[in-house]
Design a protein around this ligand. Structure first.
Ligand code: 3SL
Length: 238
């Protein structure tokens, strides 16, 4: 297995696809996606564009859907849910399809959607993702961080490094070496690392202390979100 890391969706090579592409947006989209599926959501359908989300979800039965919209860290007005993992409890999401658009994470998923296998990864489901890859043994894996509007995000690189740390994989680019080194340096205090990160700072200003603490935990969720049709993620139980 050869694992390469890309810090943002914009840095993903224009040609060629890996056997498996993993979207990472630790703060907070991919943490929330894993949490929602673990809480019993039927599926998460992702959109880069809010208008498209509204249109497509409008054709879905109202009693079976929730609309989740986040921009700039805040819930979009008129939507049922924002992007805090604490919003996605079993009593709210069980059996529901969640139509989701976030600032960066859902854009990453859109960028990698044509890969034959598309997963999402976060710290909360790290062990499940590593176990899944160990079983499936894709020859090439891209871990794609979401960053923030095209720029680098520390927490996504740390998660990419955590995935590399758990696998006996060849490192495919310098970014993968850097990610592994970052994770190994901070693995005992991820929450502090996330507080240093620029998006961590942004969330702290929005009172996101508890969200960051949750997102910094490893292995509290055992599902692997996996794309089963374009843009639609369902849970593979770990
Ligand atoms: O950028 C994203 O996709 C979000 O995860 C950002 S936030 O954590 O909801 O602010």
């Amino acid at each position: 297995m050869k694992l390469s890391v890309y810090h943002t969706p914009e840095l993903v090579p224009a040609d060629g696809l890996p056997d498996c592409a993993i979207a990472v947006d630790v703060l907070r989209a991919t943490t929330t996606i894993a949490t929602a599926l673990s809480a019993g959501a039927e599926a998460i359908q992702v959109f880069a564009d809010l208008n498209e989300l509204w249109q497509v979800s409008g054709a879905f039965p109202e009693s079976q859907r929730l609309r989740a919209g986040e921009r700039g860290g805040k819930k979009v007005e008129g939507y049922d849910l924002g992007n805090s993992p604490f919003d996605y409890t079993a009593s709210v999401v069980r059996g529901k399809r969640i139509f989701m658009s976030t600032t960066n994470g859902t854009r990453t998923l859109q960028r990698i959607r044509h890969s034959p296998m598309v997963l999402t990864g976060a710290m909360v489901n790290l062990g499940a993702v590593v176990e899944f890859l160990t079983q499936k043994q894709p020859r090439t894996v891209w871990v794609v961080g979401s960053g923030w509007e095209g720029s680098y995000a520390l927490e996504d690189t740390a998660c990419a490094g955590a995935i590399a740390h758990g696998l006996a994989a060849e490192l495919g680019n310098d970014e993968a070496v850097a990610a592994l080194t970052l994770y190994r340096h901070w693995c005992d205090d991820l929450e502090t690392l996330f507080h240093h990160a620029s998006h961590g700072q942004r969330l702290l200003k929005l009172n996101g202390w508890d969200d960051i603490a949750y997102c910094a935990q490893r292995d509290v969720v055992s599902v692997v979100p996996c794309q089963n049709m374009e843009g639609v993620l369902t849970a593979i139980a770990g």
